[in-house]
Write a protein that binds this ligand. Structure first.
Ligand code: LMR
Length: 337
């Protein structure tokens, strides 16, 4: 048929072009972007949630068409119990678990869970920035995990469904949800309480139904998860820290084209500065929102109260000093001014 000739010609031409494109991939502009899945367990309006979104924005700006970053907040893909395995299997490329969740991979990182080690988040920052902190980022490469950055959240507070929470005696015999950390388990045992390891996504319901009596977390996590609505009291203990390590699959990272690796490294550094500046403000704001909501009552501690908590938690240090190393503990102590 007459009319089919130009059509056939066109399709022959298209086929020839496609064949050429396949043999000369350099000529083809439209290479599919590298998809980077970044999964985490907290809400978007938290320091980590904001950091992940900033990283996406910066990475896609620096590497237009080359990367696409997909952020999955609030345990949407899977919870904290599965995220490390998912990263190692290549199901996601970035996660940012709290430093408490790495003790299966390195015992040294348990340092961040020692109660009353750091005076405040600035001290944590100084330690992370120093040689020992930086070395910890690379301490799990033999297990396939490479740390790219530390992100701050803040200091931990305790909450319970009881009326009073200022002295260690107030938590005796109570059940507490904890993150998957042996140090935190020992911490609550030292207080005569019953710790229970549990995924973050399950905490609200466990508090609401009375499966546990209390938990420990930062103001931003308490507020964004509405824990204050199902707890009576929050003791402002500042007894420990929740911070994060942004980690990637070391093999995947090593296989990235150099320009992509460079762009992502820059994006991560800038997102880190951004998120770490925000963290303190978000926690202060969320503390105020919790106070204003008038549900859980915030109880502040006297110097004497703090000394009692320190003393009660003291055995934890001795138990883990061997695994962590005295040198590391001393370096961390030096970061307190
Ligand atoms: C928790 O499990 O309580 C926290 O680690 C959650 C988080 O990522 O801040």
């Amino acid at each position: 048929m007459k009319t089919s000739t130009p059509l056939r010609k066109r399709s022959l031409l298209a086929a020839a072009l496609m064949a050429a494109a396949m043999t000369l991939p350099g000529l083809v502009q439209a290479q599919a972007p590298i998809v980077i899945k970044f999964a985490h367990v907290v809400a978007e309006k938290t320091p980590k949630g904001q950091g992940a979104l900033k990283f996406k924005e910066l990475a896609e700006k620096k590497l237009p068409g080359k990367v696409q970053v997909q952020v999955f907040p609030s345990s949407q893909l899977f919870g904290d119990a599965k995220e490390m395995e998912a990263l190692l299997l290549g199901d996601v490329q970035l996660i940012a678990p709290s430093l408490s969740k790495f003790d299966r991979y390195t015992k040294k990182i348990q340092i961040f869970d020692l109660p009353f080690l750091f005076d405040d988040i600035d001290a944590v920052d100084r330690f992370q920035d120093g040689p020992q902190g930086q070395a910890l980022l690379k301490s799990m490469t033999n297990r396939g995990l490479l740390g790219l950055a530390y992100w701050h959240n803040g200091m931990k507070q305790l909450s319970t469904n009881k009326d009073k929470l200022t002295r260690p005696e107030d938590v005796k015999g109570l059940k507490f949800r904890i993150q998957a950390s042996d140090v935190l388990e020992a911490q609550f045992k030292a207080l005569g309480a019953n710790p229970q390891k549990m995924a973050f996504a399950e905490v609200y319901q466990a508090l609401q139904t009375g499966v546990v009596d209390g938990q420990e977390n930062t103001w931003s996590n308490i507020y964004s998860q509405k824990f204050h609505e199902v707890q009576k009291t929050i003791g402002e203990t500042n007894h420990g820290v929740i911070d994060y390590m942004v980690v990637t699959n070391a093999k995947w990272w090593d296989g990235l084209p150099p320009d992509v690796k460079k762009g992502l490294t820059e994006a991560m550094a800038e997102a880190t500065t951004y998120a770490n500046k925000l963290a303190n403000d978000i926690n202060l704001e969320d503390r105020k929102k919790i106070a204003d909501a008038g549900k859980a009552r915030i109880q502040t501690l006297s110097k004497d109260d703090v000394a009692a908590w320190r003393k009660a938690m003291d055995p934890v240090w001795k138990k883990f000093e061997g695994d962590i190393g005295r040198d590391l503990i001393d370096a961390a102590l030096k970061s307190n001014k």
